[in-house]
Design a protein around this ligand. Sequence first.
Ligand code: PBG
Length: 329
Amino acid sequence: MTKYGSFPGARPRRLRTTPAMRRMVAEHRLHPADLILPAFVREGIAEPVPISAMPGVVQHTRDTLRKAAVEAVEAGVAGIMLFGVPEDAKKDGAGTAGTDSDGILQVAIRDVRDEVGDDLIIMSDLCLDEFTDHGHCGVLDAEGRVDNDATLERYAEMAQVQADAGVHVVAPSGMMDGQVGVIRDALDQTSHEDVSILAYTVKYSSAFYGPFREAVGSSLQGDRKTYQQDPANLRESMRELALDLAEGADMVMVKPALPYLDVLAKVAETADVPVAAYQISGEYAMIEAAAEKGWIDRDKAILEALTGIKRAGADMILTYWATEVARGL
Ligand code: PBG
């Protein structure tokens, strides 16, 4: 007995005594093969262009993208998610540059495939927003609304040109109804049955995408609330999951990550395919900005956020810190 009562019968602190003990009993660990690097490549630039809201991230030239891909391979990163940024003059209502076989995204896929072959899983954003002059993820109808089914036809064409360029995985991120099924059909009908689909299954309409809009030079006016999900909803995500699995998604994604860990945990519990989470631009910017001000320890905060995402159930994590973190693990 202590002076004030009985001794604790259980002492969880015993397993926290030393770094070696804590390492041994850790329930989750990050591995370089968990990580996927999102990367931007911009047409017509001679030098990489820094993204001011994402310190340390750039819009790559074709050349520096190749180097980034090689560095990712050397660090053991699993994959790279490519986003193309066309010249402004090439944007139009239909997002034509997104289906041009010489469009920047297709060119980048070929470059990276040529550089690293099958050593890195090459993934591409399958969405129109980088290529449309109005900045929406689809084409618009006469009233200016995003036309779901007309957009599906554009996505089918995008899937084919991206696959022709040599991508391993297409990642539809536009939240159109039926997109996974249409893309699967388009791939199968063009002899690309081995190209996988990583579906942005659960994608919320988030304020944390802000810095990304700078990264891709988005011309979006308004918001994406008629196609991206309301942050208030969880049950709706389970419906999106069931639909994407039925339509043939090989892997599913939850996005953003940190404000949606409950959603991620539930998807990971339910899905019978690998689950990815996207630590998005705003999550990156928050940590970098607070660290720059000296308010948090940058490296520890990055690892803590990523470990939390893993603990919640992510098999793969898209993070702009992928190469740096993989090197340090
Ligand atoms: C759509 C797309 C977006 C992101 C990835 N794919 C932007 C959006 O939906 O508004 C955001 C990624 C990030 O914020 O890091 N092509």
